[in-house]
Design a protein around this ligand. Structure first.
Ligand code: HAM
Length: 433
């Protein structure tokens, strides 16, 4: 038997319902913020990720799925969504449009060759937003509020927002120099990855999983001491706006996130539930004011985030939140004999096109097992189609809640169903929780 690749999973059953439900909720939410949908290719030229996510990031150094296509071009399965969206913004000259900032949202698969474990997959899905063209710290707060409000809408409680500022280019460079000087005295005590980070991007040493809790890192210079006045002002305003939005947050001076493109605000949302496991960051994001220029576009300040939907679903499971609506079927159609099927299939099509959900028995079940099947599908009505129904065009309709039976002529069928579908006076529907 051929098995799925390591670190991937199939979506079906409840997982499919949850993903579709959360995506729908997110789409509705971002529409309220006036975002537009964007979709970019699952693979891009490898260079895009080298220049954006960064050659010094773990993602590009160790985790990308790279391949040569049949035209000998270097291609990479996207490890994240921001780079593709920015590429698309530049290539389609969205910056020329009058309605800046461009507010875009997306949902789709990302690919990282990581060691699979709970909450960490090789193909995973992100819900993300990118706002291109606004330098306003108010936008940083609005973007953070979208993630927080999604969790609020879902009823998720155990979440913690962490923020930090990496400052603008000038502040970052000053900080980088300070870190280089500091870590040059402690190089021998750092792990091998950090030794490499020391040369490429010393900021990344701060969130190293191996050295993260050591005294060397705890005593390292703090970004806050190197922020210039402009950067301090931006950060203070972000916090002010978060307060105005009633969003609680924790400041973490060592938060840098694993992508090289960030400037000013970086943030993450963590599932803070005991026993959740180490892969507990549900959402990561931040400002990336220099990325559009790095990719040869015009100067465009930007900010965004991505939420990993698998980890979000695990967090919802932890809090016993179902995250999808129980489905019900409007009508279950039972043809009695082979001859009744032609009539049944035509009737089912007409009903579906009138807006009703309809399933039709295609396994020639017995009457008894058909009734059971209708119950399993939580069908509101059952239509039994036999010779007399066909000949007389009068249908036998059973209300599966009240168990009442009706005879309805085909001409009045839609009106009848419309009337009946609204209110149901059965005990189950009127039961107060
Ligand atoms: P990121 O922090 O690399 O940011 O990923 C965002 C989220 O994707 C993580 O917080 C996590 O929930 C989920 N995630 C990442 N890797 C995996 C994995 N292997 N398995 C399951 N879930 C995973 C970005 O990707 C940036 N593009 C976010 C961003 C948008 N920044 C600005 N705009």
């Amino acid at each position: 038997m051929i098995q799925k690749p390591k670190g991937t999973y199939d979506i079906y059953g409840d997982m499919g319902k949850k993903i579709r439900y959360i995506e729908g909720l997110f789409a509705n939410l971002v529409e309220k913020y006036d975002f537009e949908y964007v979709a970019t290719p699952l693979f891009e030229q490898s260079n895009l990720f080298h220049r954006s996510v960064g050659d010094s990031s773990d993602i590009v150094r160790k985790e990308t799925y790279d391949f040569k296509d049949r035209g000998d071009r270097d291609m990479t399965l996207r490890p994240e969504g921001t780079a593709g969206v920015v590429r698309s913004y530049i290539e389609n000259k969205m910056y020329g449009e009058a309605d800046l900032p461009k507010k875009l949202w997306y949902f789709g698969s990302m690919f990282r060759y990581e060691r699979p474990q709970a909450g960490r997959y090789r193909e995973f899905r992100q819900l993300g937003v990118e706002v291109l063209g606004s330098p306003d710290p108010m936008m940083d707060a609005e973007v953070i509020s979208i993630a927080v409000n999604l969790y609020r809408l879902l009823g998720l409680k155990g979440v913690k927002v962490r923020i930090n500022s990496l400052g603008d280019k000038e502040s970052r460079l000053a900080y980088r120099d300070a870190l280089k000087e500091y870590f040059s005295k402690h190089l021998d005590d750092l792990c091998n990855d950090c030794k490499e980070r020391f040369n490429n991007n010393p900021l990344r040493i701060l969130d190293c999983k191996v050295d993260g809790n050591s005294d060397i890192i705890k005593n390292a210079p703090k970004m806050q001491d190197y922020l210039n006045a402009e950067s301090v002002k931006h950060y203070e305003l972000v916090k002010k706006y978060l307060d105005a939005l009633d969003i609680e947050y924790e400041e973490n001076p060592n938060l840098v996130r694993g992508l090289d493109y960030y400037t000013h605000t970086v943030f993450e949302v963590e599932a803070s539930v005991e026993g959740f496991g180490s892969q507990n960051v549900l959402c990561g994001g931040g400002r990336y004011d220099l990325l559009v220029e790095t990719l040869d576009g015009p100067h465009t300040p930007a900010v965004g985030f991505a939420i990993g939907i698998e980890r979000l679903i695990t967090a919802l499971d932890y809090e016993n939140i179902q995250a999808f609506e129980d489905k019900h079927l409007d009508i279950y159609v039972m043809p009695i004999t082979e001859e009744d099927k032609e009539y049944s299939i035509g009737l089912s099509q007409a009903l579906r096109l009138s807006g009703f959900s309809v399933d039709i028995d295609s396994l020639n079940r017995s009457m008894k097992s058909n009734f059971k099947q209708a119950d399993r599908k939580n069908a509101r009505f059952i239509m039994i189609i036999g010779e007399s129904e066909r000949n007389e065009n009068v249908l036998t309709i059973k209300d599966n809640h009240t168990k009442k039976e009706y005879k309805v002529s085909i001409d009045e069928l839609i009106d009848f169903l419309d009337d009946m579908m609204g209110e149901c006076d059965c005990e189950e529907c009127n039961h107060e929780d």
